[in-house]
Write a protein that binds this ligand. Structure first.
Ligand SMILES: [Fe+2]
Length: 277
């Protein structure tokens, strides 16, 4: 890559560029992330032991477990990244039973999160639901275990560019790009390392085009990020964390298994928060 390349975009002020950390779930802080008032929040050790164990057992024992090569990991579920809407929704249907089997555990963190957010959003006359397109539903979650070697288990990227893919024109998730795009992660298994890394830069389209990642946001070479403020956040098994995915982020090196239940989430209008994967 050319030496003179300069990554440009928006840098947030210090009032925004920070994580809140709590030992119990607080839906109002998730609202702050959804509303663009806060970069992120980590709720430590909020997933019950039995739910973690059962989720992990069902994940690794699932006949639906797939190997994903582009972004080395094991996963169950579908992702819209770099696909047409039709292809994504077809994949979502095919994987739905396997996904629901992993989510429907006793004391499920997925169900707990959504019911708590539904209650919080109802105070503002809003709701949360899975994204839809012409009667078909997005995936409820993507369950992933990263195992890529190198300095990052998941390379630096952002979650906004993928919401501008012309192959997904008309899919309601594209309207989330007018609000905030929030990544929700529930860590059910964690051995060593695997911190969440977030840089204080929301890249612009010129930078994406120059890097050839206009509609994928994946990935940003480490040297393009050196000049920006960065945060490293320790994540442990049992943690639920939510952050603004428009900022470049990564998972750094980990040893062993790091398994997460995840989805993306955002307002698409004043009354609706939708989720997708
Ligand atoms: Fe991401």
């Amino acid at each position: 890559m050319k030496q003179e390349f300069q990554l440009t975009g928006v840098q947030a002020d210090s009032a925004f560029f920070r994580f809140e950390e709590r030992n119990e779930f607080a839906p109002e802080l998730v609202m702050d992330v959804l509303r663009g008032r806060l970069l992120g929040v980590i709720f430590h050790d909020v997933i019950p032991e039995d739910a973690k164990k059962e989720t992990v057992a069902r994940f690794w024992g699932s006949p639906g477990l797939l190997r994903r090569d582009g972004e080395p990991s094991y996963c169950i579920g579908s992702y819209h990244w770099n696909k047409s809407t039709e292809r994504y929704l077809e994949d979502a249907v095919k994987t739905a039973d396997s996904v629901l089997n992993v989510l429907d555990v006793p004391n499920s963190p997925w169900h707990s999160f959504r019911s708590a957010m539904a209650e919080e959003l109802a105070r503002y006359g809003a709701g949360i639901r899975i994204a839809e397109h012409e009667g078909a539903q997005a995936s409820a979650a993507l369950i992933r275990a990263w195992d890529k070697e190198g300095s990052f288990a998941l390379d630096p990227h952002e979650d906004e560019a993928q919401c501008k893919d012309p192959r997904q024109a008309g899919f309601e998730i594209q309207r989330a790009a007018d609000h905030e795009i929030c990544a929700v992660n529930m860590c059910v298994e964690q051995e060593e390392g695997g911190r969440l890394v977030v840089w204080n830069i929301r890249p612009d389209d010129d930078s994406r085009r120059a890097l050839g990642i206009e509609h994928t946001g994946f990935s940003y070479p480490a040297e393009t990020l050196e000049e920006f403020d960065v945060m490293h956040l320790d994540i442990r098994s049992g943690d639920v964390y939510v952050f603004n995915g428009r900022h470049v982020h990564a998972v750094d090196t980990c040893k062993g298994k790091r398994t997460n239940v995840s989805f993306l989430m955002g307002f698409v209008d004043e009354r609706s928060v939708v989720t997708w994967t």
